[in-house]
Design a protein. Sequence first.
Length: 125
Amino acid sequence: MAFPVSTPAAASPASLLPSYLSGESRLLLENFPELGFFRDMVFLFKMLMVPTSESLPEICAWMPLDALLSWRHDPSAAVFVVSAFGRTLNAAAITRSAENTEGGSWIERKIRRVFGEYIYIYIYI
């Protein structure tokens, strides 16, 4: 599509690519707004699939603008930082911490992960 991949002063030739996806450089999202919507939907679905609700935002009367995802790219850590509900959200870290803190044997954790907590309780009992 002939979008530039780097700025003239950038040391890395791919310095603009993450900013296209995060929306920091609006060139791509202005031409293809559905990309930003799909990005946000996938992230929110991932947040809905976390095993526990301990690290999710607390239950309260949120305004619709509080749920608006704000994306930025952190080049020092090479990650995307997503903020909403007055906090930084990280679905992968929440899932990883919940999997590490669950009790039981490794087979019980796998069954819970595949089938969910309620089916696991039914099968176990």
